[in-house]
Design a protein around this ligand. Structure first.
Ligand code: OGA
Ligand code: MN
Length: 283
């Protein structure tokens, strides 16, 4: 089947029309999505009508799936699906993460082997707000001022879930988790500049949701470096803003793309299913 792949912005991203992720056995379709992911960093697949099992099966073609550390937000019966949702149960409690990632980040950065990519499927969207921003960390890396690049090169950052203030960390912190569930959340140290294992390109790798510190620098020096890198990669030339349509599946490459959720009027429902593909140790 011929898939129509069109770029979404100068920064990153392509839209694919004509795909059907329910046909996850289709090798040609898988190859086309994989190629587009490597070329554009973010792939938007429109008009998908898929079950949780079909989303899981398609995602698995790219690698093993992660189970999210915030156990109460896993979809009942489908632990590979993370509910990104502001729906509440009859007691008024959230059934998923209502505000996942309100600061720039890459998913599961606090794992020793962070995610390869995530697929987020929109089942209910507010008519206004709730967009997702994506930043091309490869283009940002290539355009780094040499002096700033030299400051980041060879440096590592430590990522600890919950180390940042509540507004930087998603609302997972409000969930009731057992002591042992909390203790199973890993911590990790990763380079600030990493090499994509498939394309060989260098990217900035920096998540503001959970970064605890830059190793080998004082807190003030580390904060300065993080602020300088953040100011750089968030420039409009590197950013694409995704305005969701119902039944979009957005697939991003966590190895070279950062993302950030925009706020919306909480009186409206926003309900999404996320699958998260496991990745390799950054180098
Ligand atoms: C995520 C995430 C952004 C959004 O699901 O990993 O950061 O806009 N979501 O919901
Ligand atoms: Mn995220």
């Amino acid at each position: 089947m011929k898939l129509d792949v069109t770029p979404l912005s100068d920064a990153l991203g392509a839209q694919i029309v004509g795909a059907d992720l329910a046909r996850w056995q289709d090798d040609e379709q898988y190859e086309a999505v994989h190629r587009a992911l490597l070329e554009f960093g973010v792939v938007v697949l429109r008009d998908q009508i898929i079950t949780p099992a079909q989303q899981i099966a398609f995602s698995r073609r790219f690698g093993a799936l992660e189970l999210h550390s915030i156990v109460p937000c896993r979809m009942p019966g489908y632990p590979e699906i993370l509910l990104v949702s502001n729906r509440r149960d009859s007691s008024g409690a959230y059934t998923g993460l209502p505000d996942a990632g309100r600061e720039w980040h890459s998913d599961s950065n606090f794992h020793a082997k962070p995610s390869l990519g995530s697929l987020l499927y929109a089942l209910e969207i507010p008519h206004e707000g709730g967009d997702t921003l994506f930043a091309n960390m490869t283009a940002a890396c290539a355009a780094l001022d040499p002096a700033l690049k030299a400051r980041a090169a060879g440096r590592n950052a430590r990522y600890v879930y919950g180390s940042r203030s509540a507004e930087n960390t998603d609302s997972a912190l409000k969930f009731t988790m057992t002591k042992s569930q909390w203790s199973e959340i890993p911590q990790a140290v990763h380079p600030l500049l990493r090499t994509h294992p498939e394309t060989g390109r260098k990217s900035i790798y920096l998540s503001l949701t959970t970064i605890e510190r830059v190793e080998g620098l004082s807190a003030a020096q580390g904060d300065d470096l993080v602020a300088a890198l953040s100011e750089h990669f968030t420039q409009p030339a590197f950013v694409y803003r995704h305005r969701w349509r119902l039944h979009d599946v957005v697939f991003w490459d966590n190895r070279c793309i950062n993302h950030k959720a925009m706020p919306f009027d909480e009186r409206h429902a926003r309900h999404m299913h996320r699958t998260t593909i496991a990745g390799d140790r950054p180098y």
